[in-house]
Design a protein around this ligand. Structure first.
Ligand code: ATP
Ligand code: MG
Length: 167
């Protein structure tokens, strides 16, 4: 199920802390085996978002940037994995074949992907796409559901985001 753009949730984020708070709240109601694409230009805040999301799921210690490794996997207390990918540096989606993503998906709690367009055709479909866009004094976070599961997720999130001003 694809939602029209009008159903997107738009939030203004003036600071990295606000972006992190939005990510935490989205993580709190994250369904099993969810896939999130993080879109936006260099420095838009995708990694800020991903780190806060992973911490909210219980990842402790340093969260490394997967810019060179392409993928970082974090085992969670429930035995499943949170996966953080950054595909900025791949030249061709075929490079993802070496990552054995099918095996990764068997134990997936959540997958967060920066620069997902560079892995087109090789990634699992997104449940939710979060686009971070530069705005005058911060960022706009545009959250869009792609699947029915993503739609239910964003509805639940929408009931809890009143602390963040909408655009
Ligand atoms: N409202 C905001 N939300 C998120 N980050 C912000 C905001 N305002 C300023 N920043 C700053 O912008 C930078 C975002 O860096 P980050 O590494 O998260 O970007 P990125 O989108 O992951 O970039 P890349 O494509 O290089 O991976 C940080 O230095 C952060 O402090
Ligand atoms: Mg990044």
């Amino acid at each position: 199920m694809t939602n029209p753009d009008s159903d997107a949730i738009l939030l203004h984020s003036a600071t990295p802390e606000t972006t992190a708070a939005v990510a935490e709240r989205l993580a709190t109601c994250c369904p099993d085996a969810a896939v999130v694409y993080l879109e936006g230009d260099l420095g838009a805040g995708k990694s800020v978002f991903a780190r806060a999301f992973l911490k909210a799921l219980g990842v402790s210690g340093s969260i490394k940037s997967p810019t060179y490794t392409l993928i970082e996997t974090y085992p969670l207390q429930d035995g499943r994995d949170a996966v953080h990918m950054d595909l900025y540096r791949i030249a061709d989606p075929d490079e993802l074949d070496y990552l054995a993503l099918d095996a990764v998906l068997e134990h997936l709690r959540v997958m967060l992907v920066e620069w997902p367009q560079r892995g087109a055709g090789r990634l699992p479909a997104a449940d939710v796409i979060v686009a971070l866009v530069f705005d005058d004094d911060g960022r706009v976070l545009k959250m869009r559901a792609i699947t029915a599961r993503g739609d239910a997720w964003l509805r639940t999130f929408g009931q809890s985001h009143s602390a963040v001003a909408e655009v």
